[in-house]
Design a binder for this molecule. Structure first.
Ligand code: NDP
Length: 251
C-alpha cells in the first residue's frame, strides 16, 4: 500500500537522489524533480514519476506540481533540496548575475515550490515540508557570500512557513547538513583552495574535516534519513533547523 506522495527537488543526483530512495523504500510514491531527465531513476524506483522542473521558473514549478497531483491525486511531502554552490570568490568579485542565480535557485526555488504545493499539503492528513539548507549559513566560510545568504534565508523561510501551515497540521523543518561526502564537496574544496592560493588537502583538513567533532563527513543517506524522519515520523517537530553535520555547529 502506498504510504504517501513526496515531491523531491534536485532528485537527479547526490542528496536529492538519496532522499528519493529513502522515501521510496518506505512505500512513498516519489516525484523526481530536476532539470535533467530522471526517467531512469523513476524506472528503478517503480512507484515514481520523472518530472522536469527548474525551480527558478515559476511556470515550470507549477506544471511539475500539477503533473504530480494529476498522477497521484495528492501530495504529502515537499522536499526542497535542489541547490547550487554558487561562486567561490571574495564578495568584490562576485557578479550580480552569480548572486542572483544562487539566490534564485536556493531560496526563490523553495518559495515557489511551497507556494504551488501549499494547497495540496494543507489537504494532506500528514503534510510536511523539509528544506535542505546548509551549515554554510551558520558557520560562514569566506568566499561564499551568495550561498550563505541563500541558505540562512531558507532557515527563515522555513520558520515562517511552519507558522503559516501549522494550523493545517503541516510541519516545516530545515536540515542544515555539514560537508557531505561526495563529488560536490570535493569541488567546493578545490574552488576554496584556488580562491585562497593553497591546496585542497590543506583546506579540507583545516576547515572541513578539522571542524568535525566526529572526524568524518556525513553521508547523503544520513541526510536522507533525517529528512524522512522529520517529514513522516516526528509529527510534533516543526519550525526547527536541524544540523546534520558530524558536530560542526551547535546553534
Ligand atoms: P548536487 O550538485 O549533487 O545536486 C544538486 C541537485 O540540484 C541536482 O539534482 C540538480 O539537478 C538540482 N538542481 C540544481 N539547480 C536546479 C534548478 N534550477 N532546478 C531544479 N533542480 C536543480 O548537490 P548535493 O546533492 O550535494 O546538494 C543537495 C542540497 O544539499 C543542495 O541544496 C546543497 O546546497 C545542500 N548541501 C550540500 C552539501 C554537500 O556537502 N554536498 C552540504 C550542505 C548542504 P539538475 O542539474 O538535473 O537540475
Amino acid at each position: 500500500m502506498r504510504e504517501g506522495v513526496a515531491f523531491v527537488t534536485g532528485a537527479s543526483q547526490g542528496i536529492g537522489e538519496a532522499i528519493a530512495r529513502r522515501f521510496a523504500e518506505d512505500g512513498y510514491a516519489v516525484a523526481l524533480a530536476a532539470r535533467s531527465d530522471t526517467t531512469q531513476l523513476a524506472d528503478e524506483l517503480g512507484d515514481a514519476l520523472a518530472v522536469e522542473c527548474d525551480v527558478t521558473d515559476e511556470a515550470s514549478v507549477e506544471s511539475a506540481i500539477d503533473a504530480t497531483l494529476s498522477e497521484y491525486g495528492g501530495l504529502d511531502v515537499l522536499v526542497n533540496n535542489a541547490g547550487i554552490a554558487g561562486p567561490t570568490q571574495p564578495v568584490e568579485t562576485v557578479e550580480r548575475e552569480e548572486w542572483s542565480e544562487t539566490i534564485e535557485t536556493n531560496l526563490t526555488g523553495p518559495f515557489l515550490c511551497a507556494k504551488h504545493a501549499a494547497s495540496a499539503l494543507r489537504d494532506s492528513d500528514d503534510g510536511s515540508i523539509v528544506n535542505v539548507s546548509s551549515v554554510g549559513g551558520k558557520r560562514p566560510y569566506p568566499n561564499r557570500s551568495p550561498y550563505a545568504a541563500s541558505k540562512l534565508g531558507l532557515v527563515g523561510l522555513g520558520r515562517t512557513l511552519a507558522a503559516e501551515f501549522g494550523a493545517d497540521g503541516v510541519t516545516v523543518n530545515t536540515i542544515c547538513p555539514g560537508p557531505v561526502a561526495g563529488d560536490r564537496i570535493e569541488t567546493v574544496i578545490e574552488k576554496q583552495a584556488d580562491a585562497r592560493g593553497t591546496t585542497p588537502e590543506a583546506v579540507k583538513q583545516d576547515e572541513y574535516l578539522g571542524d568535525l567533532m566526529l572526524d568524518e563527513m556525513v553521508t547523503p543517506e544520513e541526510v536522507a534519513d533525517v529528512a524522512y524522519r522529520l517529514a513522516v515520523q516526528h509529527r510534533h517537530v516543526t519550525a526547527q533547523d536541524v544540523n546534520v553535520d558530524a558536530g560542526m555547529t551547535w546553534y
